[in-house]
Design a protein around this ligand. Structure first.
Ligand SMILES: [Zn+2]
Ligand SMILES: [Zn+2]
Length: 273
């Protein structure tokens, strides 16, 4: 019995326990706050110069949700840590490693793959959460309390949904047995996606908008405003394939010419939400 207990404790004394699940979670929380807080501050101040770029002309709900948001991030991260501790005896069997650092193209290929797989799986999980009334009412409705989001709302979830989203993000890296540094980079990018997607502003100069297949905060903002449709995490083409685009989102892209392929940097002409 004592030998069993000792071998169980030894699992958690292995350096990889701290470096893989614990460090990845810490990086996830830290990078999310780093990306989300400046955007959230902007939404809180809601300055006049930025108003033409607000996707929804309603007031932001920053004051009401700031502290609940921080409380939820603390609770969700603690639950995630608990799940990781429970799952570690299994997770440690993956080929995730800290060996030789792979060349740059492996980083690019793997992270692109993680992004596409994660987004595709998220699409179906998210869509299911809207179609299953019980799940919608008891779990996903938490994220939808906020209709006009700011970046910090990107992690405002019921803890079950937060753990599921985190698990989806880790599926690719665990299946491929990636280098730990590649996983760190991926998790930082995934948190950038979560914060940016909820920023509430559609600035023509937002550098992320120029990434292929990503459309900036406007895509997911319409999901919060209209509730049905635009189910993918960030890569809107998935909705095109499965016919779940929000019509008003497509109309918005037509009226805001900098969303067209020629990327003319003109100002928003009209608000549609
Ligand atoms: Zn939703
Ligand atoms: Zn959201």
């Amino acid at each position: 019995m004592e030998a069993l207990l000792n071998s169980w404790i030894a699992l958690y004394q292995a350096p990889m326990f701290l470096l893989f699940p614990v460090m990845t979670l810490a990086l996830s929380v830290g990078s999310f706050l780093l990306f989300a807080l400046p955007w959230t501050l902007l939404a809180w101040i809601d300055p006049k110069w930025a108003k033409p770029y607000k996707i929804q002309q309603k007031p932001f709900q920053v004051g009401k949700y700031f502290l609940p948001n921080l409380a939820r991030i603390t609770l969700n991260s603690s639950m995630m840590l608990l799940v990781l501790i429970i799952a570690w005896p299994l997770l440690r069997l993956s080929n995730v490693h800290l060996g030789e650092v792979p060349p740059w193209y492996i980083w690019v290929i793997q992270i692109t793959l993680f992004l596409i797989v994660d987004d595709f799986l998220f699409y179906w999980m998210h869509r299911y959460m809207h179609e299953n009334k019980w799940v919608l009412k008891h779990i996903h409705s938490v994220h939808h309390r906020i209709k006009n989001t700011c970046a910090l709302d990107g992690n405002y979830f019921h803890w079950v949904e937060f753990v599921l989203i985190g698990s989806l993000a880790m599926l690719g890296p665990v299946a491929l047995g990636s280098h730990l540094y590649v996983i760190y980079a991926w998790i930082i990018i995934r948190n950038l996606e979560a914060a940016d997607g909820h920023a509430g502003y559609d600035f023509p100069w937002n550098p992320l908008r120029f990434l292929p297949l990503y459309d900036g905060p406007v895509y997911h903002d319409f999901h919060h405003a209209r509730f049905k449709g635009n189910y993918a995490g960030a890569l809107h083409y998935v909705d095109r394939y499965f016919g779940t685009y929000i019509k008003e989102y497509l109309a918005y892209k037509k009226t805001h010419s900098y969303h067209l392929p020629h990327r003319n940097q003109s100002l928003p002409s009209k608000k549609t939400v």
